[in-house]
Write a protein that binds this ligand. Structure first.
Ligand code: SAM
Length: 271
């Protein structure tokens, strides 16, 4: 096969590079519906999971030439642009020294609540007003590891397509569906579609190990500072708590979610 066509860019003032650099801001990620993922392996995971690529940036001196060629061949079918750039352009986009030698600009994917299909065995994670992108990326990774279908972002949350969240997901983001909605819409959809909603709450009196978990299930977690709102807590079928010793008043939300998901998915996870 003929090698895909590559354009060389050396100037930071190039309009395509300026547009990609602007994606460090949420405003422009939302305006263009795009985001950046760093590294060859994460880009390969995304293309294999069927994501749409807009641009791939490669550094001429980069390693893993065969795998880079594989990525370019897979993406060439989508008609995405391939730019060969300098290390300083890569560093200016990622705002990191020693940036990765492959970056990809991908199209964001958002689904509606109807993507939450009420099928047996299905588990979703619902996060209310989560603010920390590092937590959100870690949660995507844990969802991938436990076979959770997707994440519902309720209300005003941080951006799952920020570089911090995508980095923290460590290549798991392509396998996690994302929905964003208002609290009332989530509550009525979960009720009507028959999802069992399990909320995690510091004021719950049920030990999470004593609850029974039936699928389809939505695990509902609160924000880092505010916790679960009263309205969402009241709408959950069960509220559970992870017992704690010591003086910590709560666990980090991604730690609490990991404990819960391993309990809920216990039967379906095998070595
Ligand atoms: N000050 C907040 C509050 O009062 O809920 C703390 C929020 S906590 C850092 C973030 C979320 O993690 C909580 O809303 C809850 O969903 C979950 N969480 C953390 N520790 C938990 C625990 N021990 N039991 C149940 N859920 C917990």
């Amino acid at each position: 096969m003929k090698p895909p066509e590559t354009r060389k860019i050396t100037s930071m003032a190039n309009p395509e590079i300026k547009k990609i650099r602007s994606l460090s801001l949420r405003k422009y990620r939302e305006e263009y519906g795009l985001f950046v993922t760093e590294g060859l392996w994460h880009a390969l995971e995304a293309v294999e999971a069927g994501w749409d690529f807009e641009t791939i940036l490669i550094e001429e001196s980069g390693r893993d030439k065969e795998q880079v060629r594989r990525l370019l061949d897979l993406c060439a079918e989508q008609g995405c642009s391939i730019l060969e750039v300098t290390p300083s352009i890569m560093e200016s986009i990622t705002k990191r020294d020693n940036a990765q030698t492959v970056l990809a600009v991908l199209k964001q994917k958002w689904r509606d609540l109807s993507a939450m299909k009420p099928e047996a065995g299905t588990v979703w994670l619902a996060l209310e007003e989560i603010r920390d992108p590092g937590n959100l990326g870690t949660l995507m990774r844990t969802c991938d590891a436990t076979g959770v279908r997707g994440i519902v972002l309720i209300g005003n949350t941080c951006d799952p397509y920020s570089s911090e969240a995508i980095r923290a997901s460590m290549g798991s983001f392509p396998r996690i569906m994302l929905i964003r909605c208002e609290r009332a819409a989530f509550i009525s959809y979960a009720r009507e579609s028959g999802f069992q909603t399990v909320g995690t709450h510091l004021r719950a009196d049920r030990d999470y190990r004593k609850a029974s978990y039936e699928t389809p299930l939505a695990l509902v977690m609160g924000a880092e500072q505010a916790g679960l709102s009263d309205e969402l807590a009241a709408a959950c079928k069960h509220l559970v708590k992870i017992p704690m010793r010591g003086k910590a008043d709560s666990l980090n939300v991604s730690v609490a979610a990991a404990i819960m998901l391993y309990e809920i998915c216990r039967e379906s996870l095998e070595m």
